[in-house]
Design a protein. Structure first.
Length: 131
């Protein structure tokens, strides 16, 4: 299906748009530059055509997967900033948050923007000694 772009007057097929999105790894502004159209043209087509929307969503999921793999590598290396990030986000259901949590000795541990990576490392080191 081809639709005419208002910004250049050029017509882009669904396949051309999908290919530009693939070549741009899902980055819409880059795909628009490849096609020679405005981002709004692509956003409109994305909203109108589920096939194009699926392509964008697939690349966004792939990007998140890649970021999670990188985070996992940093966790294996016990990088304090990565540990802190995971505890603040994924660890909420276990009681971790920006407000803090109770540790194994029922002492309240506070994590906030002032908490340094070194602080988090020391807290985790102390918690390992308790077990």
């Amino acid at each position: 299906m081809k639709k005419r772009s208002k910004d250049s007057g050029k017509t882009y097929s669904t396949e051309e748009i999908k290919e530009a999105i693939k070549e741009s790894l899902g980055i819409i502004s880059s795909a628009a530059r490849r096609l020679g159209c405005d981002r709004s043209t692509l956003y409109k087509r994305i909203s109108q055509e589920p096939e194009i929307e699926k392509t964008v969503n697939d690349y966004e999921e792939e990007l998140v997967d890649l970021a999670e793999e990188g985070l996992r590598e940093k966790l294996v290396k016990r990088e304090p900033w990565a540990i802190q990030f995971v505890l603040k986000t994924k660890g909420k259901r276990r009681g971790y948050s920006d407000q803090g949590r109770y540790n194994d000795r029922q002492r309240f541990v506070f994590y906030d923007e002032e908490t340094t990576s070194r602080d988090v490392y020391q807290i985790l080191k102390n918690m390992e000694a308790i077990k």
